[in-house]
Design a protein around this ligand. Sequence first.
Ligand code: ADP
Ligand code: MG
Length: 397
Amino acid sequence: MNIHEYQAKALLRSYGAPVSDGRVVFKAEEAKTAAGELDGPLWVVKAQIHAGGRGKGHFKEAGAGDKGGVRLAKSVEEAAEEAKKMLGRTLVTHQTGPTGKQVGRIYIEDGSGIERELYLALLVDRQTSRISFVCSTEGGMDIEEVAAKTPEKILSFSVDPATGYQPFHGRRIAFALGLEGKQIKQCVGLMGTLYRAFVEKDMEMLEINPLIITDSGELKVLDAKVGFDSNALYRHNDIASLRDESEEDSKELEASKYDLNYIALDGEIGCMVNGAGLAMATMDIIKLYGAEPANFLDVGGGANKDKVTEAFKIITSDSNVKGILVNIFGGIMRCDVIAEGVVAAVKEVGLEVPLVVRLEGTNVEQGKEIINSSGLNVIAADNLSDAAEKIVKAVKG
Ligand code: ADP
Ligand code: MG
């Protein structure tokens, strides 16, 4: 689960990390009062969406002006004006995709004088099974470019879980970032603070880009992006309550209520598959035959008819879906259960696109019988490539 920048900063502040003072606003009318509570003389007005690259983004609507989602203002009035222009409008960044995200919250923050912009992240490194610090002197808005063109400028330090964070980790990071004098001590403290927050709150990722050195030589967290391990949310009610459902894909939100492993994608072929590996293979083979999957969906091993029905409804609710491929290898999952779910869902929501069904494994004959006697217009397929070929042909002609 992800949270907004202002929420991440409040969390880090509560751990003692240096962050600027700021106020969040949900309505344009609140902006002037909020900005007035800050000291100035520089205000930064920041669109709050669950995506990075806001500074270099652009708005779809002309009324938002031609600046991105992070704007400087020199007075309370100007800050309120910029907040008003962004609220309710759609911000497109390289992380949102072309549809962009609607801005429902604005964070107004004290402006900082910046001497250097650095990059820092903590993440769970699956290769070493450890928490790693990733840092670079090339912070700011183009870390993706740094990673692509000069990967040697990105350094990583992993922490042995047996010892946990130690001051030498912080010193290594400080030297890698070219810090001097009192900044080294600050860095050792700050890295310890961030590590503690990361572990205690079961974070998956904590990205600070940029971590800055202010014009008075202090370290400061200027942007913060935090993702939490959803499987651990049950023990963090404070974090779970920060969830902003308007940031989530409505189909994914619906799927999560039924405990379905569903991820929305941009293609035209809806997929219903059991098992994550088979779901991946199905997406690959759809691509191989020249189309794109509209989703990843693993209905899981123990799905019942209702779950399958819901899954099918979620797929058909996607207007991009021009055809559906059901690919089931029945092991624990029985083919007749899948077939019943598909038939029930089609009866409920109708079927306006071609449907290819490939069933194999446990109770395959019963499953085929249910589909064949349902009167549905289903294209039967014998194996995975046959199924993919048929659905792509049915959609693309
Ligand atoms: P994003 O990464 O989504 O573009 P950031 O919060 O990193 O958004 O802001 C983009 C840039 O705007 C930063 O790299 C920094 O140069 C500037 N900026 C952001 N917040 C402040 C602030 N409080 N004071 C001064 N400059 C800021
Ligand atoms: Mg940033």
